[in-house]
Design a protein around this ligand. Structure first.
Ligand code: E4P
Length: 219
């Protein structure tokens, strides 16, 4: 399963990238706002840092304008993935941009039928939002499982990019289901290393080691 970082914070992306944890990056207008940066500049910096796909989202509402924005964003770097919303205009833009050989991520997916349409429009990635479904008492993980099954039933090549990932449990469940990619904020990816028994075990080992009076590096 690939790990994408859901962020426009270059320093946070760089920290995880140095550990080999970053297979790609996703951004959206809210994350650009949070970064306080110009979209073209910050996206270029991220593309220079990360070799994998970097999603940059269009903000137009008509297909024609989305296509124009998508082509402009794609000029930033070869690893740009144009992110379009799951509307009919977004699907039209997806078809045109993917026919041009560009990577397209169709975002704001909340149903299996929407995922089917994105696959048929040639999307490289479909982004079903887990957390936002959970927020309204629906089951985000059930949607990931359903899309996985439907894509496998018909051998669609579109990758399932589980988005709106809020907890380590979301990540583990996506891995069990077989999502191709998860995109999560840096804090969630860092939290994957945490376990209370790891902390407790380390504390005990350190206490016992201190009692030996030994040092590994000094004789
Ligand atoms: C995905 O591409 C989105 O940027 C993101 O995962 C949305 O997450 P949120 O629902 O936590 O804002």
């Amino acid at each position: 399963m690939k790990f994408f970082v859901d962020s426009a914070d270059v320093a946070a992306i760089a920290e995880l990238n140095a550990l080999g944890m970053v297979d790609g990056v996703t951004t959206n207008p809210s994350l650009i706002l949070k970064s306080g940066r110009n979209i073209l500049e910050v996206t270029k910096e991220i593309c220079d840092l990360v070799a994998g796909p970097v999603s940059a989202e269009v903000v137009a509402s008509t297909a024609e304008d989305m296509i124009a924005e998508g082509r402009h964003l794609a000029e930033i770097a070869p690893n740009i993935t144009v992110k379009v919303p799951l509307t009919w205009d977004g699907l039209r833009a997806c078809k045109v941009l993917s026919d041009e050989g560009r990577m397209v991520n169709v975002t704001l997916c909340f149903s299996v039928n929407q995922a089917l349409l994105a696959a048929k429009a040639g999307a490289t990635f479909i982004s079903p939002f887990i957390g936002r479904l959970d927020d309204i008492n629906l089951d985000g993980m059930e949607l990931i499982a359903d899309i996985r099954q439907v894509y496998d039933n018909y051998d669609f090549k579109t990758e399932v990019l589980a988005a709106s990932v809020r907890t380590p449990n979301h990540v583990a469940d996506c891995a069990r289901i077989g999502a191709d990619v998860i995109t999560a904020p840096p804090a969630v990816i860092k939290a994957l290393a945490n376990h209370v028994l790891t902390d407790k075990g380390l504390e005990m080992f350190n206490a016992d080691w201190a009692k030996t009076g030994q040092s590994i590096l000094l004789k």
